[in-house]
Design a protein around this ligand. Sequence first.
Ligand code: AMP
Length: 322
Amino acid sequence: MSILVIGSVALDTVETPFARKEDTLGGAASYFSTAASLYNQVNLVAVVGSDFPPEHLDFWRSRPVNLAGLQIQDGKTFRWAARYHLDMNARDTLDTQLGVYAGFHAVIPSEYRQSPLLFLANIQPALQMEVLEQIPDAQLTVLDTMELWIMTTRPQLTEVIKRVDMLLMSEEEVRQYTNQPSIVTGVRHLLDMGLKYVVVKQGSYGALLFGADGSYFSAPSYPLEEVIDPTGAGDAFAGGLLGFLSTVEPASDGTYALEDIKCGVVHGNILGSFVCEDFSIGRLRTLTMDDIARRYQALVDCSHFDPHWQNRMDGMHSTAPR
Ligand code: AMP
C-alpha cells in the first residue's frame, strides 16, 4: 500500500550546542519519505527551487520514493534555521523562508490518486486542505503541523483538523493550540473536533496515543545516549507510523485495529530515535529493517512489566501502628 505525502522539502541550517550545519537537506516531507520508504512506496508531493541540489533527488530515486509530484520551480527552496538548547527537546526557530512554497498549488499525478494512506506533513494548512480535497477516498488521513501555522493560520488549520482521522502534535503544540495546561484536557478538546486519534509526541520521552473511544497507550522511548541532531524526529516518527500501517491489512471498512495503531506508534518512536543519531537524513540513509527490528525488541524488553501484581497489603495497613 503506497503512502501519499505533502509537506516541506527544505534546506535547513541547524545549530546544536556542539555543531552547526548549513543548508543541509531538511523538510518534513524529506524526513517522512526517507523513513516511510523503508516500509513501502511513498508518493511525494512537494516543490523545490532551482537551487536544490540534485543529489538529494538521486538518493530518493534509489529508494521507492515516487517523485512525479515533486515540482522544481524557478526561485528559492524552503529554508529553515533553528538553534537547539542543551536540552535538545527544546529549540528556537531563527528563520523560516517559504521560498517557492509561497503561492504553490499541489498537482496530484493520477498515479497517486489510489494511495490509501495520506500524510499531511508540516506545511501551510491551505495546501494540506488542497491535497485532502483531491484524495477524498483515503483510508487513513494523518495530519502534522507546527507552531508557525498554529499562530498564523489557526482558522485554516482548524478546518483541516476537523477533516482528518489522526493528529500528531508535540506536547507544546497541544498547549499552544488548545490553551490548556493539562495535555489530557487539551487532547479531549481535540478529540471533540471529530478526530479518531491524537498522538502526543514527547521528544526523548516517547509518545502518547489517545483514541476517541477512550483508548490510551504510552509508547516507550529508546534511551539514546548521544543525540547529534533531533531535527526531523517528528517527521520520521510519522514515517515509522504510516510506514508500518502500510504493511498491515485494515478491516473491510478501512479502519485499523487499535493494536496495529499502537504498534505503529512504537515504530514511530524507533524511527524518531534513529534520526537523532546524525544530522539531516544521514542515519536514515543506512538504516535497515534489521536495525529497526533490534530496537523494536529492545523497546518490548524495557517496557514489559509484571501484569499479575495484586495488592495484598490491605490487612497490613489496618493493623499498622500510627
Ligand atoms: P521536526 O523536527 O520533526 O519538527 O521537523 C523539522 C523540519 O520541519 C525541518 O527539517 C524544517 O525544514 C521543517 N519545518 C520547519 N518549520 C516548518 C514549517 N513552518 N512548515 C513546514 N516545515 C517546516
